[in-house]
Design a protein around this ligand. Structure first.
Ligand code: PMP
Length: 423
């Protein structure tokens, strides 16, 4: 089987042929072996086009935005606002003003939890989330509910190994008119489960609840259209989609953003300031106090171009093929318990497993000796781990530059680990 996904144009096919050459970091030895990078769920690698965009900005255009009338400032402003428009197109937002630049998913969710939570939550209200949220889409809601005297409830996860996905029958019972907000992940970073996000938004809307989607694991992996999904807010990080660290997005529906008070105040987001008070600009400036992360926003725009040249349908198909191969080969190894949806079900390009008698940290350390980067631990999912009766798992997460040959390297390494601990 070819390692290249089917393409729908010659240009796209050419982009895929050179894909590994685009990532400088992949071409190195780790512990004397060619690097196999399978920790994409934590962060993705960066293509030359993104690195070049950063360097180009600092070498030619670096200046502060919005406030200067000189050439460099105008160039920087155009590029920064151009990146906003590019991000809007990437997720099909109706208006670039719906794109707020943040530090990443965590900051985006905190912004909603604090600003929206403070304005709208009151005692007796319910915030709904799920049993398999990353801490970044869980702790902010615990804090917001606590501050307002509201209750936090969880949609249960089905299956002893979390293989059944969300309990949609329980969701019907839980979605009462008391629910003011429903926050859920698009793709689980531990289980790989792909949630039916459009359906969840539709059900939440029926009871008047605002929806917040954690798209940290889906952005850059699957086609994503906020208007088709019908969400109110959606959060993601640039570093998981071939972009730089320190930049991310909060998408918010314009009608909601216009009514929302800022979480942070200061320069750049005000219309008029007196000794007595201040008035706010509209979105997006209202939510971007201080000098924004100009360089990384521009490079994130370059990441969007890079991913769209490959095609997100094709990236999703590539991830899917790799995860199916990995699950088949890992299942054949004794002592490995794969958690999350079974092969063939709605699963993204990652696989988490428990290794009988071997701690996940040992698996990761041994695999590193073979030049393979994995992740082991609770994956910022402590309550989920407890629910599944686990303390940790090992996770292999794939992306557009991974190959079947790399999966064979992983399987060989796991077999070596097994032999070592058995004997
Ligand atoms: N949610 C999910 C599902 C994630 O996988 C992550 C990153 N591991 C986050 C939220 C947090 O993203 P960041 O650390 O970039 O803010």
């Amino acid at each position: 089987m070819s390692d290249l996904p089917p393409s729908n144009s010659d240009l796209q096919a050419a982009a895929w042929r050179n894909v590994r050459a685009d990532f400088p970091v992949l071409h190195q030895q780790v512990n004397g072996k060619p690097l196999v990078y399978l920790d994409n769920g934590a962060t993705s690698q960066k293509p030359r086009a993104v690195i070049d965009a950063l360097v180009r900005y600092y070498e030619r255009d670096n200046s502060n935005v919005h406030r200067g009338l000189h050439t460099l400032s105008m160039r920087a402003t155009d590029a920064y606002e151009g990146a906003r428009t590019r991000l809007a197109r990437f997720i099909n937002a109706a208006d670039p003003a719906e794109i707020l630049f943040t530090r990443g998913t965590t900051e985006s969710i905190n912004l909603v939890a604090r600003s929206w939570g403070h304005a709208h939550l009151k005692p007796g209200d319910v915030v709904l989330t799920t049993e398999f949220e990353h801490h970044s889409n869980l702790v902010p809601w615990q804090q917001a509910a606590k501050a307002a005297g509201a209750t936090l409830k969880y949609v249960p996860l089905l299956g002893a190994d979390g293989e059944g996905g969300l309990d949609l029958a329980a969701l019907d019972t839980l979605l009462t008119p008391q629910v003011k907000l429903f926050a859920f992940t698009h793709i689980s970073n531990t289980l790989g489960t792909i949630n039916p996000v459009a359906e969840l938004c539709r059900r939440a809307r029926a009871v008047g609840a605002v929806t917040v989607i954690d798209a940290a694991q889906s952005i850059g992996h699957v086609p994503l259209d906020v208007q088709q999904i019908g969400c109110d807010f959606l959060a993601f990080s640039g570093h998981k989609m071939c972009g730089p660290t320190g930049i991310g997005v909060l998408y918010g529906r314009r009608a909601l953003l216009d009514k929302l008070a800022p979480d942070e105040t200061g320069g750049g987001m005000v219309v008029q300031v007196t000794y007595e008070g201040a008035t706010w600009k509209p979105a997006p400036e209202r939510f971007e106090a201080g000098t924004p992360n100009v360089a990384d926003a521009i490079a994130l725009g370059a990441a969007c171009d890079y991913l769209d040249a490959l095609g997100r349908e094709q990236i999703a198909a590539h991830d899917d093929r790799l995860v199916r191969v990995a699950m088949e080969k890992l299942s054949a190894l004794p002592g490995i318990r794969i958690i999350g949806p079974r092969a063939g079900a709605e699963r993204s390009g990652l696989v988490s497993f428990a290794f009988e008698g071997v701690h996940a940290h040992d698996v990761v350390t041994f695999a590193d000796e073979d030049g393979i980067a994995l992740r082991g631990g609770h994956h910022c999912n402590q309550p989920l781990m407890r629910k599944l009766g686990l303390t940790s798992t090992t996770r292999a997460s794939f992306y557009l530059y991974n190959t079947e040959a790399e999966i064979d390297r992983l399987v060989a390494s796991l077999a070596r680990i097994q032999k070592f601990f058995a004997g």
